[in-house]
Design a protein around this ligand. Sequence first.
Ligand SMILES: *Cc1c(COP(=O)(O)O)cnc(C)c1O
Length: 230
Amino acid sequence: MLANAMHEVLQRIDNASHAAKRPPPRLLAVSKTRASGEVAALAAAWRARAGAAAAAFGENYVQEAAAKIEALRGSGFEWHLIGHLQSNKAADAARLFDWVQTVDRPKLPPLLARHRPDDRPRLNVLIQVNIDDEASKHGCAPAEVEALAARISGQPRLRLRGLMAIPAPDPDPARRRAAFAAMRGLFDRLGLQHDGIDTLSIGMSDDLELAIAEGATMVRVGTALFGPRQ
Ligand SMILES: *Cc1c(COP(=O)(O)O)cnc(C)c1O
């Protein structure tokens, strides 16, 4: 089951990249609500299909992730926080994760930097942008990206890698695609202003082809790999 799903998702990514004439994006497997045993099983299927590529998992809740990261310690997996980060969880997030994709306000960079342990590499950070969802309170406005990026790059324990967005679910593919294209524009501009910008995290199970067409370098996939969440 997991092996088939992994095969299909990697095939979709390859096909979409080929059609778009772009390098294939990294896959982030979204493991929220999944037990550590399922995570390990998916990683085994991934290794069998994709060789030595490091398995990377996305989690939405710091506490849920803490238990899984502990249970899977030593496996060499890379862990990404993709859920909203409350300030009172920033210290735990800085200790646990390899990446935090949801930095969306000026308060977070100094908090994450202060708590990043000295014996770990710099924490990789993406800025979450609220590209089109007026109802969502999460993500910074496009006009705030520049100031937030400057604040992150001023922190020696953080490493700014790019942008992330969760566009509003819209049945109209043209509107979703427009949101991804707007993200690509912001991403290209950020790359002119900062070194080391290499990650545009857009696209999920339903719309990864649209995101790849607009230049996603990372897609975050849960349902298409693990099946529907209960
Ligand atoms: C749950 C989640 C995903 C994965 O969504 P699927 O539709 O299950 O692929 C991706 N990104 C974020 C931020 C999520 O919360």
